[in-house]
Design a protein around this ligand. Structure first.
Ligand code: DWN
Length: 394
């Protein structure tokens, strides 16, 4: 198995209080490609109870772009798959109810499966029905018994997070109505590799899906990949639709994307090796730039504290000496430290109160939204530092 070694890392969303630093959790972060099916995956697993604990800090409603996207998703399901008598939709990893709230408002039967208590409670406050458990084969059996088969099983930025993927697929196979669909959206391996978005690699992302590997996975569980749609979210996402065999006609997009992946050699070891070389180059370039600015007396503040910030700062050796704080709009992250690198997280108001010369955009996938909201920073002479697909200043 070809693999890339990013070294010792904390949990991507392991934001911690200063007094918790001593007992911080670390693991060895390596990613490899399966020789047989080309699935790219983490080679070690952080227990899911540690990752998706009661106070899981990521809130899917935290971006206006995401809120719009998930509302559109819900409306699309309501207009297409959920039109029969008493339809039923299950969302795996429903987070704060950003998608299911619209389904609940429409009065359609639904169930979110969300193990993290705080976000589950946020969704319940929006009228969403939630089962606060991890999804697997046995949960699927319970849901089937209590609610009957699902017309749609949905997951966004969740299926690739689940290390026991085989149990998830067996569960979906159990739960799906004869003509039901399993739809999921996950960061696309082609985008991760193409943009050298190495910060997408962290404990939560157990798998890095491509059309070929998802097709192989579905077939292993007697299911069929029938559609794929690229989306711009998270720097490049793919939306996969899976059905029972021969129930839906696969769209031409499936074959087209398989051909594209073959042409770009996405499933080849050499591609992953080349990616590894580019990752090292970005680490060196970013380090050199930050040190140069620091030596010249310039200030750099981080913007956004996504899970990705833990990968970049720990892999590149960036600490509070180079980036004294990062600002983030999520209240549950403010007052804590970025995992491993221990850069304090503060509110965006602190950024606005005293603009630095540079802002290092960790939440680069939200660049458009953030740069529009922070127009004044640029107008006052501030510059943005980006490191995807290479280190550059805008
Ligand atoms: O897969 C995952 C995705 C869906 O979400 C999870 N494993 C964890 C998480 O990944 P992430 O933390 O990299 O997600 P985001 O969406 O890139 O995080 C952006 C961060 O930036 C959030 O903490 C919110 C913050 N933000 C901000 O401070 N101001 C975002 C916007 C749009 C803003 O204007």
């Amino acid at each position: 198995m070809t693999s890339i070694d990013l070294g010792r890392h904390p949990r991507g969303n392991g934001f911690l209080l200063p007094e918790e630093v001593e007992n911080e959790f670390f693991f060895h972060l390596t990613v490899g490609m399966c020789d047989a099916c080309t699935m790219v995956q983490l080679q070690s697993e952080v227990p899911q109870e540690i990752r998706y604990h009661d106070a899981y800090p990521y809130h899917a409603s935290g971006s206006a772009v995401h809120r719009r996207h998930f509302e559109q998703n819900a409306r699309h399901f309501l207009d297409t798959e959920l039109t029969g008598p008493d339809p039923f939709i299950v969302e795996i990893g429903s987070n704060d109810g950003v998608m299911l709230a619209t389904i609940a408002q429409a009065g359609v039967r639904h169930l979110g499966v969300e193990p993290s208590k705080e976000v589950a409670e946020m969704s319940m406050a929006k009228g969403v029905r939630v089962l606060s458990e991890f999804f697997d084969e046995s949960t699927a059996g319970k849901i089937l018994f209590e609610h009957g088969p699902a017309d749609v099983v949905f997951g966004a930025n969740c299926i690739a997070h689940i290390a026991h993927l085989a149990s998830v697929f067996r569960g979906v196979e159990t739960l799906l109505a004869p003509n039901g669909v399993f739809v999921f959206e996950e960061p696309y391996l082609g985008s991760v590799v193409g943009q050298v978005a190495f910060d997408m690699i962290y404990d939560e992302h157990s798998f890095y899906f491509a059309v070929r590997s998802v097709q192989a996975m579905a077939a292993r569980f007697d299911l069929e990949l029938v559609n794929v749609e690229p989306l711009a979210l998270h720097g490049g996402t793919m939306r996969y639709t899976i059905a029972r065999p021969s129930m839906r006609t696969p769209t031409p997009a499936v074959g087209e994307w398989l051909a594209k992946e073959k042409e770009s050699r996405l499933g080849e070891k050499k591609t992953l090796e080349r990616f590894g070389v580019s990752v090292e180059r970005i680490r060196d370039d970013l380090n050199a730039l930050l040190r140069k600015i620091h030596a010249e007396g310039g200030r750099v503040v981080g913007y956004g504290a996504p899970a990705k910030a833990a990968t970049v700062t720990n892999y590149c050796g960036i600490g509070p000496d180079l980036v004294p704080f990062v600002c983030d709009s999520t209240p549950s992250k403010q007052g804590r430290l970025v995992a491993g690198s221990h850069i304090p997280v503060r509110s965006p108001e602190e950024f606005r109160a005293d603009y630095p010369e540079y802002a290092l955009l960790f939440a680069w996938n939200h660049a458009e939204e953030i740069m529009a909201n922070e127009k004044e920073f640029r107008e006052r002479g501030g510059r943005w530092i980006l490191y995807v697909p290479d280190v550059h200043i805008v």
